[in-house]
Design a protein around this ligand. Structure first.
Ligand code: G6P
Length: 613
């Protein structure tokens, strides 16, 4: 949802910024642009479309010789994706350049006021309003810092912005944050800023996360930060241990494929150190105050809050918690929760599930639960992200950086984290946690590796069906959310219309869609009574000439002659089976996307972190 990066220091800024943007492109790829400050002047280059086009433009006409600059990769909100609307955005007098991630809600009102004062607008963006607003404050005299401070007071909405100006005496960047993430990175005689640490890992591991309301001034000597009241603020420096090599493709054609293949390891990393197989205990002391004796025992209801793929993880989490702990669980989309005026008090634990920890809708829902008196925890993959900062306690998924826009390894790691969470809750409430619960975890990475080994067969299935225009995914019980996730992956990656449905509901509508052109992916796993019912549903599909791709952990013989394609996966425990089942569906979506010539790592119109509501 727009990536921003900034640099001030002794190196040539443009190549550094371009490299940083290449790590942020998953946040948006409608346009990209760079601006540098050289000899007190601003020079910008922007291009519509992917970063590659900006890179080619800069190869032809480099922006060299400057130690200060800003870069931006855009996911369009206000104004079409075009070169004209690309960032950095300059003010009417070209005395400052600004990059922005977020939405300025009162931009129309501000624009009308500024237009009446004679300010010119060359773009359709809300960002240009901020550029002119800051410029108007600069006109009144004073520093860039003072102008930004004054301007942000007039702004309503969500923003992470960074500004450079011709008028500054020395190279400096002024940045402000309210909502979308912004972090500062420190090198030797150089200071960075970015939306995400991934942009800077090649250069530094030392970061400061800005808080909402913070304004920072960056120079080559470091950064000074002020809080929303204008008082000097000490923000802790944090050392991030992510390995820069993890954000390379490592020989794979796409990040998505690499990340699918990293799942056995990501799962292992997510439960390692948290499960004591000998003592039969789960340790989630990272839940902080929530892990204190008696707290979880006093929880009577749980609200799981998430968006997209993380919402599918929440649906599986509901099964885990209700079946293992017998506490009622509600699952909500982040974007819906606060508008239904949820019933929350101190006996409710709200758990926000978010890979990025910065999805605006999930954050709003989490805040709504907290403001109504609920206790607040999160499952997140990103250390220091906003979700982890507003929650009382965190269960990190240790999936490592996920770059592919469609979530894969983060999803299965969320399922593992939710399982641990349910067991921990069970333990905290005095119920038995034993080998039956824990031992299957030890076998899970191997089972996932075996599911991954079906890739050649799945590639063949993709070849047979990639021209289909619709797909239906069916599952029951724990596999219903997996059917939803399989359909979502296919939609995101291949632009094929796909629906996930509870298998038993097929007869109430989707059965009307079935004909000889509709592949139906049926998940025939889990308890016998459930699997047998899905098999009956397969008969119903075949009776209407549908194409069936069955996935099963049982003897495939029972499906021979019935299903057109059969993918077998290893059988694991009831609770962990969905983690194995989703892997072939990810591979199927990936292979179909590739066959259709789609950009699987950066599907059209999507962004990895959606920091606007
Ligand atoms: C976007 C991404 C999805 C992701 C969703 C929630 O839509 O494209 O892959 O599942 O956001 O993201 P989160 O970071 O909150 O898990």
């Amino acid at each position: 949802m727009c990536g921003i990066v900034g640099y001030v220091g002794h190196q040539d800024a443009a190549p550094l910024l371009l490299e940083g943007l290449s790590r942020l492109e998953y946040r948006g790829y409608d346009s990209a642009g760079l601006v540098i400050r050289r000899d007190g002047e601003l020079r910008a280059t922007k291009r519509q479309g992917k970063l590659e086009r900006l890179r080619s433009a800069l190869a032809e006409r480099p922006l060299a010789g400057a130690g200060c600059g800003l870069g931006h990769t855009r996911w369009a909100t206000h104004g079409a994706p075009s070169k004209r609307n690309a960032h950095p955005v300059l003010d009417s007098f070209k005395r400052l350049a600004l990059i922005h991630n977020g939405i300025i809600e009162n931009f129309l009102e501000l624009k009308q006021g500024l237009s009446a004062e004679g300010w010119r607008f060359d773009t359709d963006t809300d960002t240009e309003v901020v550029a002119n607003l800051i410029s108007s404050r600069l006109e009144a005299g004073g520093s860039l810092l003072a102008a930004v401070r004054s301007a942000v007071q007039a702004i309503e909405g969500m923003y992470a912005i960074a500004v450079i100006s011709t008028g500054s005496e020395h190279d400096e960047i002024v940045a402000a944050r309210h909502g979308p993430p912004l972090l500062l990175g420190y090198g030797d005689g150089e200071t960075y800023l970015a939306s995400d640490a991934a942009a800077l890992l090649e250069h530094t591991r030392d970061f400061t996360f800005l808080e909402n309301g913070d304004i920072a001034r960056l120079t080559s000597r470091g950064a000074v930060i002020w809080d929303r009241r204008g008082e000097a603020a000490e923000r802790p420096r944090q050392r991030l241990l992510w390995d820069p090599v993890q954000i390379e493709k490592g020989g794979y054609k796409h990040f998505m494929l690499k990340e699918i293949h990293e799942q056995a390891q990501a799962l292992q990393d997510t439960f390692s150190g948290r499960v004591d197989f000998e003592r039969q205990e789960v340790d989630l002391s990272s839940l902080g105050p929530l892990a204190e004796p008696g707290v979880l025992a006093g929880i009577e209801r749980i609200h799981l809050l998430a968006c997209g793929t993380s919402w599918h993880a929440a649906l599986v989490g509901k099964f885990f918690i209700e079946q293992l702990v017998r506490i009622p669980v509600e699952v909500d989309y982040g974007s819906e929760y606060r508008y239904r005026d949820p019933i929350v008090d101190h006996r409710v634990l709200a758990l926000g599930i978010s890979q990025s920890g910065e999805t605006a809708d999930t954050l709003s829902a989490m805040t709504a639960a907290r403001d109504r008196g609920g206790r607040l925890a999160t499952i997140s993959n990103v250390v220091g992200s906003e979700a982890t900062r507003i929650a009382e306690g965190v269960v990190y998924t240790h999936a490592g950086p996920e770059i592919g826009v469609a979530s894969t390894k983060a999803f299965t790691s969320q399922l593992a984290a939710l399982y641990l969470f349910a067991l921990y809750l069970r333990q905290a409430r005095g119920l038995v946690v034993d080998a039956e619960h824990l031992d299957p975890l030890a076998h899970l990475p191997q089972a996932v590796a075996e599911a991954l080994a079906r890739e050649a067969q799945i590639t063949e299935i993709a070849r047979n069906h990639f021209r289909a225009e619709n797909f239906l995914y069916l599952g029951r019980g724990l596999d219903y959310p997996i059917a939803l996730e399989g359909a979502l992956k296919l939609k995101e990656i291949s632009y094929i219309h796909a629906e996930g449905y509870p298998a038993g509901e097929m007869k109430h509508g989707p059965i009307a869609l079935i004909d000889a052109n509709l592949p139906v992916v049926a998940l025939v796993t889990g308890a016998r009574e459930v699997a047998d019912k899905v098999t009956s549903n397969i008969h119903e599909v075949k009776a209407r000439d549908g194409i069936v791709i069955a996935l099963t952990d049982r003897d495939p013989g029972q499906l021979m002659g019935l299903a057109d394609e059969i993918i077998t996966v290893p059988h694991v425990s009831h609770y962990l089976q969905p983690i194995v089942d989703v892997v072939p569906l990810q591979l199927l979506a990936y292979q179909i996307g590739v066959k259709r010539g789609c950009d699987v790592d950066q599907p059209r119109n999507l962004a990895k972190s959606v920091t606007v509501e």
